[in-house]
Design a protein around this ligand. Structure first.
Ligand code: ADP
Length: 377
């Protein structure tokens, strides 16, 4: 509790853009997010008032950070379970709990657990030594994934022969069937310790080179029964796994139905559109959930909402400030979020959201705005 305001203090481990946007939501709730950042230049450290510098791998730093927080949560999935358990033992409220977060940290554990729960999944095997079995059953290519630590497609390899498997020697990987996917979807839900759940409309996510570049809400042409199935699946998983806070279920849509790709237990790129596009943003919803407040409404604020990520573009060209001038002149309706991050090619440095009635024009505006910020042309 913050003695000055009588309102709770939420601590978020990690100082990236997710913490930055959670801080923005915290301000509206009368709070100020406490952030554990690695560096004073981290995206959230640039804006939050209560920033502690330290490593998420250092138990002493985590303890000091958690002291005085009403709830502790995460901007990423890299805090080892044993450290979270130590904080839980100290009596801190840490959400999601270590026993839930493991299924977002470790793809092998996730597949085993989802299998036990009967969730729809691609064919998979726990170890590279199962490669002959996998290729016989599903043919080539076979997908290899780092069990831990992958993001934005790093840690995913398409194997087209035994020789490719040998090249991965020594890595802790699992194997997956290459799913003949029509498109990728995401179902985002939030769950509170009380057990209340709230589900957002199911979205389509568009990836390029393993990175999400565009999110369309609601997923165009998705039959209502399939959308309900995806939402129910996400709610059931959040409940079965004991998630508190947000759960994003990344899905593949195939001719045969939905299969789960992976889980994230934090605000998620597929939910950035909710800042303007839903009655309650995912960031506020996450705060409400970890504080055991009642959940907010998740309905859309427009018939079509499109979010486009802004990636770091090539060096040179006009300044980002000048790009904003031009963009705002061209499209006063485009909502821009910049994360205050150093530009590196391919790095997510911001996003743009556009709301409207017509899918193709909203998509085109969002893509144009993102490309303009990215490339300045
Ligand atoms: P990351 O953890 O790096 O985000 P993902 O598991 O989400 O990795 O995979 C990144 C992308 O690779 C997915 O969005 C999808 O486009 C593709 N992909 C992953 N697994 C499969 C699969 N089993 N079959 C087909 N494509 C896949």
């Amino acid at each position: 509790m913050d003695g000055r305001t009588g309102l709770p203090v939420v601590g978020m481990v990690g100082g990236g853009q997710l913490a930055r946007m959670t801080h923005q939501a915290a301000v509206a709730l009368g709070q100020s997010l406490r952030v554990l950042a690695e560096s004073a230049d981290d995206s959230a450290a640039l804006v939050a008032a209560d920033v502690r510098l330290g490593s998420h791998l250092d138990l002493a730093a985590l303890r000091e950070f958690a002291d005085g927080c009403d709830a502790v949560t995460f901007d990423h999935e890299h805090v080892p379970g044993e450290l979270i358990r130590a904080l839980e033992k100290d009596g801190f409220k840490v959400y999601p709990p270590a026993d839930a977060l493991i299924f977002a940290q470790d793809k092998r554990r996730m597949r085993e657990r989802l299998g036990a729960l009967g969730a729809p999944m691609p064919g998979w095997r726990p170890s590279p030594s199962d490669i002959s079995e996998m290729s016989e059953e599903y043919g080539w290519p076979v997908v290899a994934k780092a069990a831990r630590g992958g993001y934005d497609g790093r840690g995913v390899w398409m194997l087209s022969s035994m020789a490719d498997v040998a090249a991965l020697d020594g890595k802790d990987i699992i194997l997956e069937q290459r799913v003949p996917l029509r498109r990728e979807l995401a179902a985002l839900v939030a769950r509170s310790p009380f057990g209340q759940v709230a589900a957002y409309p199911v979205v389509e996510t568009v990836q390029r080179d393993g990175i999400c570049v565009e999110v369309i809400a609601p997923a165009p042409g998705l039959p209502e029964e399939r959308a309900l199935e995806a939402q129910q699946l996400a709610i059931d998983l959040a409940t079965a796994l004991g998630v508190v806070g947000l759960l994003a279920v990344e899905l593949f849509e195939t001719d045969e139905g939905l299969v789960v790709n992976e889980l994230a237990m934090r605000p998620h790129n597929s939910g950035h559109w909710t800042i303007e596009g839903a009655r309650t943003s995912q960031f506020e919803q996450h705060l409400r959930a970890v504080l055991d407040y009642p959940m907010g409404e998740t309905t859309l604020t427009a018939p079509v909402v499109v979010m486009a990520n802004v990636l770091g573009g090539p060096a040179g060209g006009i300044s980002i400030d000048e790009r904003l001038h031009h963009l705002f002149a061209e499209d006063p309706g485009a909502r821009v979020h910049l994360y205050g991050k150093q530009v590196r090619p391919g790095r997510k440095i911001g996003h743009v959201t556009v709301l409207g009635d017509d899918l193709s024009s909203v998509r085109a505006r969002a893509a144009r705005a993102a490309r303009w910020l990215q490339e300045g042309e």
